[in-house]
Structures are given as structure tokens and as C-alpha cells.
Design a protein. Structure first.
Length: 477
């Protein structure tokens, strides 16, 4: 039996207006090479100046994960040459990162919770992009110099599911903190996965392999599972030493496999040294205060939804996992509807329908106020739950949102008027005198029969709750 050991290095692109060391815009998909200047093009004589907004955002992340925020940190040069990096080195933090020793709580394999440690997180400048078109390669330096926060976890995860849990938590957190848009398709949240195995009970870690630059949760899971299997097989075949060595691999998402890319560089290969153009980064009291402006975070929110609103743990977790979803829910509650109803309708009905359409909450045509109004129509007895589902389907299909008009058009208005329902009840009871007698002699299951008959007499329009109440009254008198 083997134990899987996973540590993740995540590159989060900070959502600052300008780059880390110059005032160029960080706008995505701008005209190639339009957002560049002497600093990010590394022209001789140009000097970098650190962007305070990026530093504050990194610090804010630090406070949110209970990390040590270093009041003095430093920038270093990591030397390597690559066509999309004009400097021939990357400015990063190697000897003294801005953050150390944080922690993030996740749901573990056994359903309990556990902490993943964050060894450190450091600020660094992103590289540009190479675009390969057949035999030609082009370079776009718009991204060169964009601020990244690289977040390095301890080797604390023990399964692919735990790794994905951690990533989702981290993804949710940076969005709540509004320090990154964390858009995985656009590359603003990318991750390197370190994987090793060891026989259960062995103290030392096995040899780790690093899989570079994965940009989806599903691929992270697949890459880990493939890699674990490959390593276990090598172990069992007695060729672990030969086949598993410290290297960098790439994940091929078409084939679902990892492939060797290069041997893992030693840090000595990068010839790290302090960047002589940048002074030590010293944070001020004003920056600390700004960084400590932290909104209510998912875990806190989840606990509050459970204690204040009495939501079930599952519902509270689903809703708070995504900032947009929690916001949507809170706007719904402004309409003074029941919180549990709101949660159930949001998760089961709206999200269920969006899922089928491959959409997420931000793409919903039905907004929070409209969904809440629809729920209030059930709560005040105007329509049934079933009727409300029809209205929701209609709104999504036709992109029409006048609830009263749709209720009218679909003929969904419930009969809730007491005297009208009582008239139907009396009619049904008069037609079924013998059954009424049987009921009164103890055959209680006939109650359902009476309800059915009344509903039928109303052509399904009677409010079932009212029918139940009024029938009970009538039959006990
Ligand atoms: P380096 O100094 O070579 O970058 P680090 O100690 O900083 O190595 O670790 C890089 C990442 O690899 C971290 O996320 C860490 O948790 C992870 N890691 C380290 N050792 C192992 C291992 N044996 N198995 C899996 N992951 C590991
Ligand atoms: Zn620039
Ligand atoms: Mg490292």
C-alpha cells in the first residue's frame, strides 16, 4: 500500500491596474505589444519601481490565511533566458518572500477538515507570451511584468481530491479578497503540481515529480491520478529508481498522460541574487491598514448562514463557495423571503437549470430579485411550487420576466380563497357520503382520496395546503 503526497505551487495573477514595476496597463487581450514600456521591455537604463497596489493585495492574502507578513522582504533575480522574457531574468522573491507560514482549511479525504500549510508566497513578474503559428513564433510582451503571487503549499495533500479541494478553496478565497479574477482560461490562476508516493509507514518522502502549468481542476485531478499510477507501477516493477526522478513533466490533456519535459533545475542553476535595481521592500503602517480591510470570507459566511439563517451545512457550503453565488443569495434575501426556501430554489432549481445549459450564475438571465419575487408568489399562496417551476422555465426560455403576466398566461393562479375551496369540499363530501362515514369510523387513509377529489374538482388550481387545512376542519366537525 502506498501513500500519495502532493504539494502545489499556484501562480495567481493579481488584478492590479498596472504592472508590478512599471505603469503599463495589465488589460487582457489588448493589441499585441501595445502595453509595453522601457521598463518591461528591459531597455538599458530603465529602472523598476514597485507597485504598491500589488504589495497590498499580497499582504491582504497573507492576513486572510494567518500568515506572517514580512515587513521587510526583497526582490531577487532568477536568471534564465527565454524568448518571451526580454530581461533574461525574472524578478521574484527568493531569499525573503513577503509571506510565510499561512494555512488554509479544507475538507479532507475522510470528510473531516484539515489544514494545508502555505510555506510561503512571493511576488514576481510574469513573462510574456509566445504564440506559435506553424513555422513562425511570435512574441507578445503585454503580459511581461504583470504581478503574480506564487503561493507554495507544504507537501500536505494526500489524494487528488484533496488537491482539488485545496485549489478550489484557494480560488474562491482570492476572488472573495478581490485580489485576482482567477480566470483559469485566461491563465490568471495556474498551478504546478508536485507528486510523490511512498510505502505506507515510511517516514521519508519519495522522489517528487513536478507537473507544470495546469489550468483546470479536472486536469489537475487527471494529471495526479496518471502520475500516481505511473510511480506505483514503477515501484512494483522494481524500476522506481530508474523511472521516477526529480524532473519536470507536462500534462497532455488530449491523451490524459504526463510526459517528461526536462530535468528539474536546481536552484543553483538559476543563479539567484538580490536585484541591485530594487531596494528592500518595506511595508508602511498605512499599507498594513489597507491590507487588513478584509471582507467576510467563505468559511465565516458559511458558519453564519448555518447559525443565523439555519441553512443546512451542504447548502451553506455550496452557496458560499462562490462569491457571486453568495452575493446572489444575499440579494434574494432582501426581498424578505424565507432563507431556506431561497437556498433550495437557488441550488436545486436555478443552478440545476443553469448547469444543464452549461452556464454559471453570472450568466443567469434570471436575476436575484426576480427569483426572489417568484418564491414570494409561492409563499403567499398565489401559485404552487410546481407552478413556480413552470414560470422559471418560461422565463429562461423566453427571457421574459413579468411574473404576474406569465402566471396569467400559463393559467397558474391558485385558488386560495377559503369560501371557494370550502364550496368544492362540500360538493365532494356530499357526493361521497358513504366514504365520509367510513372515514369517521376510522378509515383515515381516505383523507388522501378526499384531497385528490377536491384538487380534481378545482382542475388542479386549488392551493393544496389550504385544501388540507379546510378538509381537516370539515371532517372533524
Ligand atoms: P524547491 O525548493 O525545489 O522549489 P520546495 O521545497 O520549495 O522545493 O517545494 C516545492 C513544492 O513541492 C512545494 O509545494 C512542496 O510542498 C512540494 N513538495 C516538496 N517535496 C515533495 C514531495 N516529496 N512530494 C510531493 N510534493 C513535494
Ligand atoms: Zn511597462
Ligand atoms: Mg521552492
Amino acid at each position: 500500500m502506498f501513500e500519495v503526497v502532493i504539494g502545489l505551487e499556484v501562480h495567481v495573477q493579481l488584478n492590479t491596474k498596472s504592472k508590478l514595476f512599471c505603469s503599463c496597463s495589465t488589460e487582457f487581450a489588448a493589441k499585441p505589444n501595445s502595453n509595453t514600456c522601457p521598463v518591461c521591455l528591459a531597455l538599458p537604463g530603465a529602472l523598476p519601481v514597485v507597485n504598491e497596489e500589488a504589495v497590498i493585495k499580497a499582504m491582504r492574502f497573507g492576513y486572510a490565511i494567518d500568515a506572517k507578513v514580512n515587513e521587510v522582504s526583497r526582490f531577487d533575480r532568477k536568471s534564465y533566458f527565454y524568448p518571451d522574457s526580454p530581461m533574461s531574468y525574472q524578478i521574484t522573491q527568493f531569499y525573503k518572500p513577503i509571506l510565510e507560514n499561512g494555512k488554509i482549511e479544507i475538507t479532507s479525504k475522510d470528510g473531516g477538515t484539515k489544514f494545508v500549510t502555505i510555506k510561503e508566497a512571493h511576488l514576481e513578474a510574469d513573462a510574456g507570451k509566445s504564440i506559435h503559428e506553424g513555422a513562425i513564433s511570435k512574441v507578445d510582451l503585454n503580459r511581461a511584468g504583470t504581478p503574480l503571487l506564487e503561493i507554495v503549499s507544504g507537501p500536505d495533500m494526500r489524494s487528488s481530491d484533496e488537491a482539488v479541494e485545496y485549489l478550489k478553496k484557494l480560488h474562491s478565497l482570492v476572488r472573495y479578497l478581490d485580489i485576482s479574477d482567477a480566470n483559469m482560461q485566461e491563465g490568471s490562476f495556474r498551478c504546478d503540481v508536485n507528486v510523490s508516493i511512498r510505502p505506507k509507514g515510511q517516514k521519508e518522502f519519495g522522489t517528487r515529480v513536478e507537473i507544470k502549468n495546469i489550468n483546470s481542476f479536472r486536469f489537475v485531478k487527471q494529471a495526479i491520478e496518471y502520475e500516481v499510477e505511473r510511480q506505483i507501477e514503477a515501484y512494483e516493477d522494481g524500476v522506481y529508481e530508474e523511472e521516477v526522478w526529480q524532473e519536470t513533466r507536462l500534462f497532455d490533456s488530449n491523451k490524459g498522460i504526463t510526459k517528461s519535459m526536462r530535468g528539474k533545475e536546481d536552484s543553483a542553476d538559476y543563479r539567484y541574487f538580490p536585484d541591485p535595481d530594487l531596494r528592500p521592500l518595506i511595508v508602511t503602517q498605512a499599507m498594513i491598514e489597507k491590507a487588513k480591510e478584509i471582507p467576510e470570507l467563505p468559511d465565516e459566511k458559511c458558519k453564519r448562514y448555518m447559525s443565523e439563517l439555519k441553512l443546512k451545512e451542504y447548502d451553506a457550503k455550496v452557496i458560499t463557495a462562490q462569491k457571486e453565488l453568495a452575493h446572489f443569495f444575499e440579494v434574494m434575501l432582501e426581498e424578505k423571503i424565507d432563507a431556506k426556501n431561497a437556498a433550495a430554489w437557488l441550488i436545486n432549481e436555478l443552478l440545476g437549470r443553469l448547469n444543464k445549459l452549461g452556464l454559471d450564475i453570472s450568466q443567469s438571465v434570471v436575476d436575484a430579485k426576480t427569483l426572489a419575487k417568484l418564491i414570494s408568489k409561492i409563499e403567499d399562496g398565489t401559485i404552487s411550487g410546481k407552478g413556480a417551476k413552470d414560470v422559471l422555465d418560461y422565463m429562461i426560455e423566453h427571457e421574459e420576466f413579468d411574473i404576474d403576466a406569465i402566471i396569467e398566461k400559463l393559467g397558474l393562479k391558485q385558488l386560495s380563497d377559503d369560501s371557494a375551496i370550502l364550496a368544492l369540499i362540500d360538493e365532494v363530501l356530499a357526493k361521497n357520503k358513504d366514504k365520509v362515514n367510513e372515514y369517521k369510523e376510522g378509515k383515515e387513509k381516505l383523507f388522501g382520496f378526499f384531497v385528490g377529489q377536491v384538487m380534481k374538482a378545482s382542475k388542479g388550481s386549488a392551493n393544496p395546503k389550504k385544501v388540507n387545512e379546510l378538509l381537516k376542519q370539515r371532517l372533524s366537525s
